[in-house]
Write a protein that binds this ligand. Sequence first.
Ligand code: IPE
Ligand code: IPE
Ligand code: MG
Length: 253
Amino acid sequence: MPSDPAIVRQPEPQLDPRIPAHVGVIMDGNGRWAQARGKPRTEGHIEGVNALRRMVELCIRYGVAHLTVFSFSSENWTRPKDEINFIFSLLRRFVASDLQKLIAHNVRVRIIGSRQGLEDSLRRLIDDVEAKTAHNTGLNLHVAFNYGGKAEITEAVRHIAGEVAAGRLRPADITEGTIERALYTCGIPDPDVIIRTSGEQRVSNFLLWQGAYSELVFVDENWPDFDEETFLRVLDEYALRERRFGGVEVARR
Ligand code: IPE
Ligand code: IPE
Ligand code: MG
């Protein structure tokens, strides 16, 4: 019997087992989508936001409980300053233009990622959108922004080490649950499936801890082309997967 409550925690039940409770998306290929059309990369990011709107609607319609989208990674700071500024301004515009609609659709928004290095006005915006949607009970939309799995685990370790140094925690009492509670995703079930668009087949530092048993589905479409047809293909693929979680029986969650 596992002694750690983190291991035995049950995910939220879904009515249709074909529908994952938690979908993670590495929204990749915006730049290539634009380049293929002779447009600047920024156009791809704009269309990427439209694809995100579509995805939110699809998740609501199909009864997905949690959607986590990777929108800016810790490593994306290495991009040209102009592109970074553009992506940041898109986030601001997305929140400004879509907040009322998200509230009307009962969506709860959380931003996961490091708040360090973000401008004060952006931090306030993040706090505001989280506070205004905190009581919503529909789709949980987690936006991974300024997010990196290694940075997240590093922050968690620093926090836990601080607790130990202060004498509030004994090293022997550190469990998987202790670590989970120190992650940005505290209280959020692990993703059942992680989708990556654009044909790339890597994780790129997304949900390293949480994705330990996620099914990975790679699709060739660039993110701006992701639509209902692609989503249904992913669901079909997910339905075929046998999830064993290290055991021998077929488990579905
Ligand atoms: C994903 O698209 C969006 C971000 C990483 C911010 P990309 O901008 O990575 O597009 P490609 O991969 O260069 O085509
Ligand atoms: C991953 O895409 C990050 C996001 C989608 C936000 P990247 O385009 O940054 O990943 P790599 O560099 O191809 O691995
Ligand atoms: Mg990319």
